[in-house]
Design a protein around this ligand. Structure first.
Ligand code: BGC
Length: 394
């Protein structure tokens, strides 16, 4: 297994963590849209997932033991507001316990308020495209922040709005499985509106809390850097894929969250549009082309917003665990280089701590620093997680 000799040093207060989302780990998320479609057999069943709902303390203990100082989790809207306007205080108390356990384990807490799932009552009305969805989302966010304000350091409104629109409305892979470009673009617009409404409502009541978004960026690399047409193609794709969403909410952000997994090599196609070019590069189990240098370019692109940046997700599906150490180490090396060039990066969250429910792919992809036995739900720390011993902070 690849084992770097070197160490990487980050400044004091740098967050080194792992990220997860409620539906993917908690189990029994019965009031959500996903659960509804799982029952109909339209997507794999999540069941108990990793049973993090009951085993959160064990998981945070593992995070601490492998050298992490932060975690990003999400709160499930369907648990907090199972029926419109009905708040479940038991769910709030559950999350308070979860957050306090994180604190006891020395983990700084980043919390996402919506990560791909919805309460079923809202999904039935069209989700974020329902007429007053922005108000409903803002109301839910303010309720959660008000109740848990002392137990969270960083808030994220929505996870990957553009991936969420694409998967649910364009590719038809996630509920409600639409395949309609207009509907996907409209949904993206509704998510912009909802993010803004939530941001403004939270900041109005609690001006000091830090609120951002987690934005997925693919790095499009020009096939030939020396050729202006390839450079232009990559630039246009990076703009529409990565920046277009951010530009519209740049006044409603305290920080930017960057989710980065893979890159494409692109050039202009003779038939119009673009084409991706195959390059020999390490591929994850999901066929994603890993390209650590991409994170450097993306971070430098984000400099112009003059906001703190957190890498809110970066990870690899690698069941044999032979690529993960290098993957993490090289992404952190390129992150450090971007910081030396002025990118204000404050933290890095690996996706994910424990192998989890990977949406329409079920439990097959293995992203975890920790292996999950799907029968017994026992956790086993993977060797690659030793890499964090070589990351120094302070
Ligand atoms: C999502 C996660 C997902 C991960 C790996 C990200 O786009 O935010 O929920 O598990 O990719 O597929």
């Amino acid at each position: 297994m690849y084992k770097p000799e070197a160490e990487i040093q980050f400044p004091k207060d740098f967050l080194l963590g792992a990220a997860s989302s409620a539906h993917q780990v908690e189990g029994n998320n019965k009031n959500s849209d996903w659960w509804h479609y799982e029952e109909l057999g339209k997507v794999p069943k999540s069941g108990l997932a990793t049973d993090h709902y009951n085993r959160f303390d064990e998981d945070f203990g593992i995070a601490q033991s492998i050298g992490l100082n932060a975690m990003r989790i999400s709160i499930e809207w369907a648990r907090i507001e199972p029926q419109p306007g009905t708040w479940d205080m038991e769910a709030v108390e559950h999350y308070r316990k979860v957050l306090q356990s994180m604190k006891q384990r020395g983990l700084t807490r980043m919390v996402t308020l919506q990560h791909f799932t919805l309460p079923w009552w809202l999904a039935k009305r069209g989700g974020f495209s329902a007429s007053n969805a922005d108000e409903l989302f803002a109301r839910y966010c303010v309720f959660v922040v008000e109740n848990l304000i002392n137990d969270v350091e960083l808030w994220v409104t929505i996870n990957e709005p553009e991936i969420y629109s694409r998967m649910t409305r364009f590719l038809g892979l996630h509920p409600p499985f639409k395949k309609n470009i207009i509907s996907a673009l409209w949904y993206g617009h509704c998510l912009v509106k909802s993010h803004k409404a939530a941001f403004r409502a939270i900041k109005k009541s609690f001006p000091n809390v830090k609120v951002g978004i987690a934005k997925n960026d693919v790095y499009n690399e020009p096939a030939r850097r020396s050729h202006w047409l390839d450079r232009l193609t990559a630039k246009v794709m990076n703009y529409f894929g990565n920046e277009y969403f951010l530009v519209r909410i740049s006044n409603e952000l305290d920080f930017i969250g960057l989710n980065y997994y893979f890159s494409h090599v692109v050039k202009l196609s003779l038939f119009g549009g673009y084409e991706t070019v195959n390059r020999n590069a390490p591929m994850s189990d999901m066929g994603w082309r890993t390209y650590p240098e991409g994170i450097y370019h993306l971070l430098l692109d984000l400099k112009k917003y003059h906001k703190p940046i957190y890498i809110t997700e970066n990870g690899i599906a690698n069941s044999s665990d032979d690529m993960r150490q290098r993957f993490i180490f090289e992404h952190l090396e390129w992150t450090k280089k971007a910081m030396e060039q002025g990118a204000d990066v404050r933290g890095y969250f690996y996706w994910t701590l424990v192998d989890n429910y990977e949406w329409h792919d079920g439990f097959d992809p293995k992203f975890g620093l920790v292996e999950l036995n799907n029968e017994t739900l026992a956790r086993k720390v993977r060797t690659s997680s030793e890499i964090f011993k070589q990351i120094k902070i302070g």
